[in-house]
Design a protein around this ligand. Structure first.
Ligand SMILES: [Fe+2]
Ligand SMILES: [Fe+2]
Length: 231
């Protein structure tokens, strides 16, 4: 793994790399900020899991600080305005669901979609990252698997009552993920992250999560491809 970045002779200080990094780094920072806020909101919606969810929110806040350090290390100023616009559709859908007390939709957006998106992006980034960012990202991705697990366990325990809302939330939010992946593809390519690899890793994580929750293989094929062809 470690040799890939060297083999590809990535110049982390080139203007092209740093320009793309200013957006990718901002997306990661904003993603961690969204996750931090979403787990605080979920802690309010799920009083019985309050302390656990606050613990997760604090982990997200630490992740954000780690990725801010990655940007500073390369002398890159993250384009946070771009990143906020990038996350706006998921942000708005989470907020609307939270306002309506739709905890299942909130869990699908944060603990399944955003966590799987993060895991896929970090898995693909690690082999091509600079040494500093690789160490940070390796620590972060382990945490994200545990956050994904929180959502899976809760939704598995409430599967029968959550199923219809999960289907609807998936239909509403998964097409947004494909758009986000397309929007980021050119910048990701400059960082040596292949779009096809990102899509594949996301599909694997998301499909496994749906399976762990209780969906059948047939359901998973239908659910996880939703909106893919339109992207
Ligand atoms: Fe995180
Ligand atoms: Fe997370």
């Amino acid at each position: 793994m470690q040799q890939l970045a060297a083999e590809l002779k990535i110049d982390f200080q080139s203007e092209t790399y740093k320009d793309a990094y200013s957006r990718i780094n901002a997306i990661v920072i904003e993603g961690e900020q969204e996750a931090y806020e979403n787990y605080i909101k979920l802690a309010q919606l799920l009083p019985e899991n309050h302390d656990e969810l606050i613990r997760l929110s604090k982990m997200e806040s630490r992740h954000k600080k780690g990725f801010e350090a990655c940007g500073r290390n390369l002398n890159v100023v993250p384009d946070l305005k771009f990143a906020q616009e990038f996350f706006a559709p998921l942000h708005d859908n989470f907020k609307k669901a939270a306002d309506e007390g739709k905890v299942v939709t909130c869990l699908l957006i944060q603990s399944l979609i955003i966590e799987c998106f993060a895991i896929a992006a970090y898995n693909i980034y690690i082999p091509v990252a600079d040494d500093f960012a690789r160490k940070i990202t390796e620590g972060v991705v382990k945490d994200e698997y545990s956050h994904l697990n929180f959502g899976e366990v809760w939704l598995k325990e409430h599967f029968e009552t959550s199923k219809a809302e999960l289907e609807q939330a998936n239909r509403q939010n998964l097409p947004i993920v494909w758009k986000m992946l397309n929007q980021v593809a050119d910048d990701a390519q400059i960082l040596a992250m292949e779009k096809d690899a990102l899509v594949e890793d996301f599909m694997i994580q998301y499909g496994e999560a749906l399976s762990n929750i209780g969906f059948t293989t047939r359901d998973i094929m239908r659910l996880s491809a939703y909106g893919l062809t339109a992207a």
